[in-house]
Design a protein around this ligand. Structure first.
Ligand code: S3P
Length: 171
């Protein structure tokens, strides 16, 4: 059966793509990102999908992209920050090796700032981020095999911490 070596979850801006690519390099495997899969399949940005069709339509596309990637990908897979909102997706993740990358609100605001590419944080990012995390933190924790804090750590340090936490040896 094909299954990802590692699935990365966590909020926007926590560094899932950067750390995911580093992990893939260290483990000599491929990196895949479900946001990229959606953008490629749809031929437009995530922000455009939100604006043109609304969040529920995006979540439906996301659910399909996540379920497909979990069934197809053997390397490191990063999921969009809200993918874990779907109960079927959470049930599926129960049988995977899931790493939750976490950070506190100050780190989040430093990293994401006023980033228009992230429609959910476009207005008042600190408040929005706090509310998102209040709704989601327990879901990330519930499905995580391990949680790795990223505050004050470089991407290389986070990568090392993930490999250590999972007791994975570099290829
Ligand atoms: C979202 C996170 C984004 C993207 C979309 C919605 C969320 O992905 O899927 O903007 O709900 O947290 P990243 O976590 O990769 O930024």
């Amino acid at each position: 059966m094909t299954t990802p070596l590692i699935v990365l979850v966590g909020p926007m801006g926590v560094g899932k793509s950067t750390v995911g690519q580093l992990l893939a390099e260290h483990l000599r495997t491929a990196y895949r990102d479900t946001d990229d899969d959606i953008v490629t399949a749809e031929g437009r940005t995530i922000a455009d999908i939100f604006v043109e069709e609304g969040e529920p339509a995006f979540r439906a596309l996301e659910k399909r992209a996540v379920h497909r990637a979990l069934a197809e990908h053997e390397g490191v897979l990063a999921l969009g920050g809200g993918a874990i909102l779907d109960p079927d997706t959470r049930a599926l993740l129960a049988s995977h090796r899931v790493v939750y990358l976490s950070m506190d609100v100050e780190e989040a605001v430093r990293r994401t700032g006023l980033n228009a590419a992230r429609p959910l944080l476009a207005v008042n990012p600190r408040k929005q981020w706090r509310e998102l995390m209040e709704a989601r933190r327990h879901l990330y924790t519930e499905i995580a095999t391990v949680a790795v804090p990223t505050d004050g750590r470089t991407p290389e340090e986070v990568t090392r911490a993930v490999l250590d936490a999972l007791e994975l040896k570099e290829a």
